[in-house]
Ligand binder design. Structure first.
Ligand SMILES: [Zn+2]
Length: 258
């Protein structure tokens, strides 16, 4: 397979355009607004964005991160989401090439970006993403990797493990530890990636969680409990698993059963 610059550019632009749509989802879904209409508006003055205000990343840079009309500062989240989505699309393209699985994994990556940003800001993982996500992942697994059997086990293992941890924590401390959103999100990850990569995702997310937690404690920015929401770690870990998980599983299995 040869990869030309043009192909990479196409994938990157597609990623930026999808990232632009994800910004709308990230802003409106937690506020229970329609993601389809009306068109994009300035959150400050309601100015309806024209085509020139709506070019991913470029408009933000040209307008220096301010609304053309009222000058209110626009969150750097907008260009960051667009750049991150473009980068994830390019990386997935480099791993999967032009295959049907690429389309499925790009959809998955887009959902993870949205869940990451919404959980970061609102401590919320909307059912409107995770529940259809479980269905779509399961349907795709009828025809594509990880295959329907591993996907079903992935949903049960992913959802089940977190549910048990949450339940045990609740019984032990009387406090809600793990939200139901995390349970559904890991079930969705299981549907798309299969149970093997659910394990990889759990390992990565706890490593990432521990590192950030220790950093927060060391820098005295707060105790572990108020660290970042778990869904943000799950999203990052799931994206790493989607890209590199299969190789990691192969390496690990090869180490013990060469
Ligand atoms: Zn404005």
């Amino acid at each position: 397979m040869t990869t030309t610059g043009i192909e990479l550019a196409i994938v990157a632009f597609l990623g930026m355009a999808i990232g632009s749509f994800l910004n709308v989802v990230i802003h409106r879904l937690p506020r229970e607004e329609s993601v389809v209409s009306p068109g994009s508006r300035c959150p400050g003055c309601g100015y309806a964005l024209g085509a020139l205000d709506n070019i991913p990343v470029v408009s933000y840079l040209v307008l220096l991160g301010k609304c053309r009309q009222c000058g209110i500062r626009i969150s750097p989240r907008y260009p960051l989401v667009e750049i991150a989505t473009a980068a994830l699309f390019v990386l997935h393209y480099l791993v999967f090439g032009w295959t049907p699985l690429l389309a499925v994994r790009l959809l998955f990556a887009a959902a993870m970006v949205a869940l990451f940003a919404i959980d970061l800001e609102h401590h919320l993982l909307p059912d409107a993403i995770t529940l259809p996500g479980i269905g779509v992942g399961l349907a795709a697994s009828l025809f594509l990797p990880p295959g329907i059997r591993d996907a079903v086990i992935g949903i049960l293992a992913g959802g089940g493990v977190l549910w048990l941890i949450g339940e045990a924590y609740y019984r032990y401390s009387g406090e809600e530890g793990m939200g139901g959103g995390d349970v559904k999100m890991l079930a969705m990850i299981g549907a798309f990636l299969g149970w093997q990569l659910v394990i990889v995702t759990l390992v990565f997310s706890s490593i990432a969680g521990s590192v950030i937690g220790i950093l927060l404690i060391v820098t005295r920015r707060g105790c572990m409990k108020y660290a970042l929401p778990y869904g943000t770690f799950l999203a990052i870990a799931a994206l790493v698993s989607s890209l590199a998980g299969a190789r990691i599983v192969e390496w690990y299995v090869g180490m013990y059963y060469p």
